[in-house]
Write a protein that binds this ligand. Structure first.
Ligand SMILES: Cc1ncc(C[n+]2csc(CCOP(=O)(O)OP(=O)(O)O)c2C)c(N)n1
Length: 353
């Protein structure tokens, strides 16, 4: 069966505008916002990997290569929308208003999971796909309340094999919930290539089963990501139901700092994929279209380093964590099992056991 979902693109890998219909919507302000945020996020990701290698951060899931998918989609949101990210979506969360404190969650700090005041950003979801039904629920609630809020849920290709993916999409379809399911198809679920994950040709085509809009796009083209996510959110707010977006991208590095991708993936492939790099592509676009300014570019890079270094200093000078945190944030009212575990552990710490 041949099901076609063309891969949408606005700017190709050489930085050429291939869809002229967006010409008037591309402003200097937008281009600079994209660039600044992409550079900041890559700087953060590289720093986090280094910190982990130096023993200054716990296990960390890098997102280098996926910046355009995350930043472009997060910039498309309205202030009051809901975001349901995964462990790999720090660029999306930070772009939408989370502080760099998110880094501290990889040092076991509860502070890294708290949403900033007034923002509806859920903590990074680690159990795969569980955030999808939650996003559908938040969107349904927004609709029932008559608000104009929409929700976005991020997930990887592996998540599409989980029951929660299907439950989330089905409920959203039945209730025409204002939710965007934003898939980053980075080709692998840890070591499992997508060809062994599913027999379908695309992830976007799974939208057909649920009668919702499906979109397949070049996830390394920040322009198409931004414009298509905006359109999907607009449809959601207008009562036209959910959208499944498949953003095709690639993670350059390991699944997390705890695995070695050379064991399951040809690293030459990753090097080759750098030809599609989201930042290089934006740089080529800027050069072609008169947005390039050496002094401004330098300033962006310098400021990104300063910002990330300040965030790391803030993380490393945090007062020691409260040991109670391990137990106190699981349920509002702890179950007896958790109370018992806590008592035992406190005894152990006091040397009574
Ligand atoms: C329910 C559940 N099963 C298994 C795991 C272990 N696990 C962690 S990440 C991962 C792969 C997820 O791949 P994908 O959804 O493609 O996202 P990516 O990591 O590529 O962003 C698995 C199986 C988990 N966290 N949760």
């Amino acid at each position: 069966m041949e099901i076609q979902f063309p891969v949408l693109q606005v700017v190709n890998k050489d930085g050429k505008l291939v869809d002229e219909s967006y010409k008037n919507e591309i402003t200097e302000d937008l281009v600079r916002t994209f660039y600044r945020q992409l550079v900041c996020m890559r700087t953060l990701d590289r720093k986090a990997k280094n910190l982990q290698r130096q023993g200054r951060l716990g296990t960390y899931p890098p997102f280098e290569g996926q910046e355009a998918a995350q930043v472009g989609s997060a910039l498309a949101l309205d202030e009051d929308d809901w975001m349901f990210p995964t462990y790999r979506d720090h660029a999306a969360s930070i772009t939408f208003g989370k502080s760099y404190s998110i880094l501290s969650s990889w040092n076991g700090r509860v502070e890294g999971n708290l949403p900033p005041e007034g923002k509806k950003i859920l903590p990074p979801s680690v159990p795969i796909a569980t955030q999808l039904p939650l996003a559908t629920g938040a969107a349904m609630a927004a609709k029932f309340k008559g608000s104009k809020q929409a929700a976005i849920a991020y997930f990887g290709d592996g998540a599409t094999s989980e029951g929660d993916f299907h439950e989330g999409l089905n409920f959203a379809s039945v209730y025409q919930a204002p939710v965007v399911f934003f898939n980053q198809n980075n080709g692998y679920a840890i070591s499992l290539p997508i060809s062994k994950q599913m027999n379908s040709k695309t992830i976007a085509q799974k939208s057909i089963a649920y009668e919702i809009t499906g979109v397949r796009l070049d996830g390394n083209d920040i322009f198409v990501v931004y414009f298509e996510t905006k359109k999907a959110l607009e449809r959601a707010r207008n009562g036209e139901g959910p959208t499944l977006i498949e953003a095709i991208t690639w993670r350059y590095g390991a699944h997390t700092t705890a695995d070695d991708p050379t064991k399951y993936r040809d690293q030459k492939e990753s090097e080759k994929r750098r030809e599609n790099d989201p930042i290089s592509r934006l740089e080529s676009f800027m050069k072609r279209n008169g947005y390039w300014d050496d002094a401004w570019i330098q300033k962006v890079h310098d400021e990104a380093i300063e910002e990330i270094e300040a965030a790391v200093r803030a993380m490393e000078t945090m007062p020691p964590p409260d040991v109670n945190d391990i137990y106190d944030y699981i349920f509002e009212t702890p179950t007896w099992t958790i109370r018992e575990q806590k008592e035992q552990y406190m005894k152990h710490l006091r040397g009574e056991e």
